[in-house]
Design a protein around this ligand. Structure first.
Ligand code: A5A
Ligand code: MG
Ligand code: ZN
Length: 469
C-alpha cells in the first residue's frame, strides 16, 4: 500500500462500506455492506458483554447543568460539544448538549439507582451515537464528529479494589474482542496529561495502521470517586454508613471497523475475518454452453446446504464472466470462494479459493463431511489472518536505547518505539517535541537500574512513542 489514506478512501467507496458524501463534515452514511460488517462486529462484542453486563439506553440530550457539574470533565469536552438551543422557534431555558459521551447523562440516574451495598456492583453498557465537534482533521471511521458506533460500558463498585479489578476485567474483554477480529494491539497507561477528563487513569489499546501511525482503538478508565462525589452517588454499607462508590467506564468506536478494514486489507481490497464478513462464502458457477441448468441447480443446493450448516453464503448466479465476479468478491473481502463447474460435479469436487492467502485448492464434496472441512478452513483463515497481523505489528514495535534510534524507528520502520523513561511530564513533553511524536503510554516494568533515555535521571517505567492519529 503506497498511500494508505487514499487506499482507505477508495475501498470505503468501492466496497460500499460508507458514503462520505453526506453534506455534514465528519458525518457519514452506513451502506448495506458496511452496516453488515458493523452488525457482526457488534454482535461479537455484545455476546461478550452480555455475560457480565446489562444493556441500557439513555437519552441523547444532556442538560447543561448536569454536563457542567464535573468541572474537569466538562473542561475536557467544552470545545467539542454540540448544543441544542431551540425547540422550534422557542429558545430553551436550559441548553441541551448532544452527548459527547454519557457520564453526565447516566450518573445523575445512578445516584437514584444505587441505594445499598447489595445493589453493587452494577455493570451497564449502551451502544449509541455520540457527537464530538473534533477540530483535528476528520477522517471516515477514524475521527468522526458523529461517532455512530460508540459502545460505552459504565460500572459502579463498593470498593477501590473491586474497581481496580474491573479495569483488569475490561482489558480482558477488549483483548478477547480484538483477538476475535485479529486486530493486534499494545496496552499502556496513558500519561497523566492525556488521560480521559475526570479519570484517575486511562488504559489504552493502540493498533498500528499500514501508514505506521497508531490508532487508539479502545480505552478503559478508572474514575475513582471523582464522579461519585460530583453526582452524589452513595451506598449504605452493612453497618449503615453512607459511602461514595467507585466507578469505571470503557469504550470502543467505529475505529474498530476502520482497523478491521485497514489492517487486513491489501492491494486487492478488503480481506474480512470470517467472524464479521457479510458473506463468508461466495459460490460461483462455472458455466459452459452445455449443462448450465445442471450447474446452477447444483450450486443452489450447495448454497442451501451450507446455509443450513449456519454459514453465511451467497450464490452469485448472474450471467456475467466468472473472472469479473472473482475480482468483485476479492475486492469485497469474502473469505472463501467456491467454484463449481460440470466437471467438478462429475468428480464430486469443488475449487476453494482463500482470500487471505490468494490460494486455490480442490476439496472433495462427496460426503457431507466436507461441511466440517469448510468450517475448519474458515477457522484456519481467522487464525492465519490474526497471526499475520500480529507478525506485521510486532515488526513495527522495537525496543530502543537512544533518542536517535527512537527517531529512526519511527521514521524508517514506521511504528512504535519503546524505551526506559523517568515518567516526568516536562521530560515527556520535551521528548514528544524532539522526536515529533506522541507518548502513547507507559508499561510498568522493573526499571530501577535503568536511566531515562532523555534526561538520564533514574527510569521509572518503559514508555511507548509513535506518530498517532
Ligand atoms: N466514556 C468513555 C468510555 C469515553 O468516552 N472514552 S473515550 O473518550 O476514550 O472514547 C472511547 C473510544 O472512542 C476511544 O478509545 C476511541 O477509540 C474512540 N473515539 C474517540 N473519539 C473518536 C472520534 N472522534 N471518532 C471515532 N472514534 C473516537
Ligand atoms: Mg478527543
Ligand atoms: Zn526523563
Amino acid at each position: 500500500m503506497t498511500d494508505f489514506s487514499e487506499w482507505f478512501h477508495n475501498i470505503l467507496e468501492e466496497a460500499e462500506i460508507i458514503d462520505i458524501r453526506y453534506p455534514v463534515k465528519g458525518m457519514h452514511v452506513w451502506q448495506p455492506q458496511g452496516f453488515k460488517i458493523r452488525k457482526y462486529t457488534l454482535d461479537i462484542l455484545k455476546k461478550i458483554l452480555d455475560e457480565t453486563h446489562e444493556e441500557v439506553l439513555f437519552p441523547l440530550l444532556v442538560p447543561e447543568d448536569e454536563l457542567a457539574k464535573e468541572a474537569i470533565h466538562v473542561k475536557g469536552f467544552e470545545e467539542e460539544v454540540y448544543w441544542v438551543t431551540h425547540g422550534g422557534l422557542t429558545k430553551l431555558n436550559k441548553k441541551l448538549a448532544l452527548r459527547p459521551t454519557s457520564e453526565t447523562a447516566m450518573y445523575p440516574m445512578f445516584a437514584l439507582w444505587v441505594r445499598s451495598h447489595s445493589d453493587l456492583p452494577m455493570k451497564f453498557y449502551q451502544i449509541v451515537n455520540t457527537f464530538r465537534y473534533e477540530t483535528k482533521h476528520t477522517r471516515p471511521l477514524i475521527r468522526v464528529r458523529e461517532i455512530t458506533t460508540f459502545k460505552e460500558a459504565h460500572t459502579v463498585h463498593a470498593t477501590r479494589e473491586e474497581c481496580e479489578e474491573q479495569v483488569q476485567k475490561a482489558i480482558k474483554i477488549y483483548r478477547e474482542f480484538f483477538d476475535m477480529l485479529g486486530i493486534p494491539y499494545s496496552i499502556s497507561k496513558r500519561p497523566q496529561w492525556d488521560k480521559f477528563p475526570g479519570a484517575e487513569y486511562t488504559m489504552a489499546f493502540d493498533t498500528i495502521l499500514p501508514d505506521g501511525k497508531t490508532l487508539q482503538i479502545g480505552t478503559v478508565h478508572n474514575l475513582g470517586q471523582t464522579f461519585a462525589k460530583t453526582f452524589d452517588i452513595t451506598y449504605e454499607t452493612a453497618e449503615g454508613e453512607h459511602e461514595y462508590v467507585y466507578q469505571t467506564c470503557y469504550g470502543v468506536s467505529d475505529r474498530v471497523i476502520a482497523s478491521i478494514i485497514g489492517i487486513h486489507g491489501d492491494e486487492k481490497g478488503l480481506c474480512l475475518p470470517p467472524a464479521v464478513a457479510p458473506y463468508q462464502i461466495v459460490i460461483i458457477p462455472i458455466i459452459f454452453k452445455k449443462r448450465a441448468e445442471e450447474v446452477l441447480e447444483f450450486c443452489q443446493q450447495m448454497t442451501d446446504k451450507l446455509k443450513k450448516a449456519g454459514l453465511r453464503v451467497y450464490f452469485d448466479g448472474r450471467d456475467i464472466r466468472a473472472g469479473k465476479k472473482y475480482y468483485e468478491y476479492e475486492m469485497r473481502g469474502v473469505p472463501l470462494r467456491m467454484e463449481i463447474g460440470p466437471r467438478d460435479i462429475e468428480n464430486k469436487n469443488a475449487i476453494i479459493f482463500r482470500r487471505d492467502k490468494l490460494e486455490k485448492e480442490t476439496i472433495s464434496i462427496e460426503s457431507d463431511e466436507f461441511i466440517n472441512n469448510i468450517k475448519s478452513i474458515l477457522e484456519n483463515i481467522s487464525h492465519d489472518m490474526k497471526e499475520n497481523a500480529w507478525n506485521a505489528f510486532n515488526k513495527h514495535i522495537k525496543d530502543v536505547q537512544t533518542i536517535e534510534e527512537a527517531a529512526s524507528e519511527i521514521e524508517d520502520n514506521k511504528g512504535i518505539a519503546r524505551f526506559y523513561w523517568c515518567g516526568d511530564e516536562a521530560c515527556g513533553k520535551e521528548l514528544e517535541e524532539k522526536v515529533k511524536v506522541d507518548i502513547l503510554g507507559i508499561q510498568d516494568e522493573n526499571a530501577a537500574t535503568e536511566e531515562c533515555i532523555n534526561c538520564k535521571k533514574p527510569a521509572k517505567c518503559k514508555t511507548l512513542i509513535a506518530k498517532t492519529y
